[in-house]
Write a protein that binds this ligand. Sequence first.
Ligand code: CA
Length: 466
Amino acid sequence: MNVLFISIDDLRTEIGAYGATRAITPNIDKLAARGVKFERAYTQYPLCNPSRASLLTGRYPVTNELYGNRDWFGAFDPSLVSLPKYFKQHGYTTIRSGKIFHGDTIDDAAAWTIGGVPHKFNAPKPASSVAATPITEEEEAKRIGRMIEADVRQAPGSDRWVAVEDPDELAKLGDTRATDRAIEYLKQWKKGDAPLFLGFGLSKPHSPLIAPKEFFDNYDLAKIELPVDFADKPTVPAGFPKGSIRAINADLFIRRLAPEDEAKQMIRAYLACVSYMDANVGRVLEALENSELRDNTIIVFWSDHGYQLGEKGKWSKAGSLWEQGTRVPLIIYDPRAKGNGQASPRVVELLDLYPTLTALAGLPQPAGLDGHDLTPLLAKPDAKWGHPAYTVWNERSRGVSGVVVRTEKWRYAEFFGPGAGAFLTDPINDPHELKNLVADPQHAAVIAELSKLARTHVAGKTEPTP
Ligand SMILES: [Ca+2]
């Protein structure tokens, strides 16, 4: 089997197939109708590089202790074999077009037959950060300030939107070029060639929100609505711990208030980028249909984490352990799967993709993976499952600062250090997470159980795959 591995950056479940009625995403909707759509899929970390490093090495962030956007997993542990490298070692031609690891700065050059670039960062793992050191609120504020400065430096000029019309500028768009290259590779593949693992990565809807103007024109600004819990700056909802919202945004409305009219323009720009991304995905899926790979290719579609688009005044993913920050779209199409065309309500994690893809490709299962092979859910999407999803956040040097455990029924989060506290929300009856049930005595038993899971996970002792 060949693999088309489609990675999207900063895309929450703002997709028609996931019930987002305002999003125009016909191509992904079609893919979702063809394959198995995971309704409850979660990132392990709400930031690009730690999420991708976790998925691509098959380890939880607490296993690798990789929490930053400038950490290369190979420097942390040279014995780790990334997913594309594993496929390459087993006879696949592995090709990268676009963002799979964290941009060009943290690629795994040895993983790719074509398309790899040397990584820029190579700092070794710092001394174990699991044991938390108590620090003052003031020190904490300084540290968060430094982290945000680093985020902003990394994405200069990210806090804006642009509708591109000029033909020269349109031709320069990175995602258009990544799509063109991916299509070329699909056209070139012929029966008898080595099996293909094509990593196709799009960087939109990551900020800055730049897309061709035609996609902006599909959305009427007058019809864009602000979220029910909109605020003009990051705002901790009443009754929730302070650690649940970072004080400053990292992607949009950085260090400034979000006026309502501009907030609506940003939401429209995000939607335009989602439609632009959908069109690029559609072009590659069409090229696959017209290629010799059409009948024996597994398609995986995923995003590295979710996003808050003004909910609770937040315009970013960084530090979000809320449902919007942690939930991701995940679609798997294997032409052999009996569950195709169905949705799976089970809770799954992005790092499950490593053991799933190796199983689907018939490769031996490597030792030491933290995730679970999803093959049983591809056969029967509502099969019995029972693994919760974990997402952590870490402000470097003081240990894990927050963890959330997601089950089908509950979301339970704990925050450590300054802003410490916990929340329990009921995502079925309170989808916007406005009510913290943690002090409600009738939930004491479930809180005790989920708190134990959360703390065991933070200690790095989550039970591995048997
Ligand atoms: Ca991202």
